[in-house]
Design a protein around this ligand. Structure first.
Ligand code: HEC
Length: 240
């Protein structure tokens, strides 16, 4: 059912109020998109958001530690194979402190600290903690982070969709589609948050995160644009 009043027929003060809100929310959504690109989007080291980025953000890059990755890549030439393998094995064992003095420090002193020392801008490997940090396997987002980010998202974004949907409910729009558009953001917001938690354990769920984000962005964009045009474009206001 279309409500008694439509957006086109609203008194101007309500149009201004709704327009102000929708514009700010629109810009906010763009900023949110940009922020996702700049943080999660760079998780795999490449520009642009991909499923790998989402996997790295929530599940982590568990194929190995940063130390192992570098020793098999850019740092490969820095030490002979036996030394590298010993460092990699140590990292895989969880970088235990007991082996530092007897086994690991001598290798690092010999092959690494000429560059990785306290005077250089590079990570200082004269300190065990610094090496342990790069020896950790990246486990992605922690449960603490997930709980914090989830509840902030759910509460905050629910309000945004509430008001965007409320305003859009006064638009003239094919009834079935209208109901679908109003419901979509809520459904996919839940799916999105659910997918973060699932991705933490099963990387395949990163697809759901991607799809959820795209669906609720599209639905809000359609609602915001429709509401704005029906309030201000002569085509609608004349008829009303
Ligand atoms: C000739 C100088 C040099 C030596 C010797 C060297 N490194 Fe490096 N290392 C670098 C540079 C330069 C970078 C930064 C590369 C970059 O960021 O692209 C780096 C980066 C790294 C990183 C990544 C650090 C981070 O913050 O992500 C690790 C891990 C690493 N090196 C380990 C080692 C280990 C282990 C050794 C000894 C086997 C070693 N490096 C020896 C120059 C060196």
């Amino acid at each position: 059912m279309t409500p008694d009043t439509t957006l086109a027929r609203l008194p101007v003060e309500f149009k201004v109020l709704f327009t102000g809100f929708l514009m700010v929310i629109g810009v906010g959504l763009l900023m949110a998109g940009l922020q996702i690109m700049l943080t999660h989007g760079m998780a795999d080291g490449k520009v642009g958001l991909s499923v790998t980025d989402i996997v790295y953000s929530y599940y982590g890059n568990r194929s190995g530690s940063r130390l192992e990755f570098m020793l098999n890549g850019q740092m490969k030439a820095m030490a002979p194979d036996e030394a590298r393998f010993e460092l990699i094995e140590w990292a895989r064992d969880g970088a235990p402190a007991q082996q530092w003095v007897s086994q690991i420090k001598p290798i690092v002193d010999q092959y690494c600290i000429s560059c990785h020392n306290s005077d250089s801008a590079l990570r200082d490997f004269t300190k065990l903690e610094n090496l342990q940090k790069v020896a950790e396997v990246d486990q992605g987002a922690s449960i603490n982070t997930l709980t914090r980010v989830s509840h902030i998202h759910l509460f905050g974004i629910a309000f945004i969709f509430m008001f965007v949907g409320w305003i859009f409910a006064y638009a003239e729009f094919a009834e079935g589609w209208k109901v679908l558009l109003i419901a979509t953001p809520f459904v996919f917001l839940l799916a999105d948050i659910f997918s973060w938690w699932m991705t933490k354990f099963v990387p395949g769920f990163a697809w759901l995160t991607m799809i959820g984000g795209i669906c609720y962005s599209l639905a809000s964009t359609v609602m915001i644009f429709t509401s704005l045009t029906q309030m201000w474009l002569p085509r609608w206001t004349k008829r009303a």
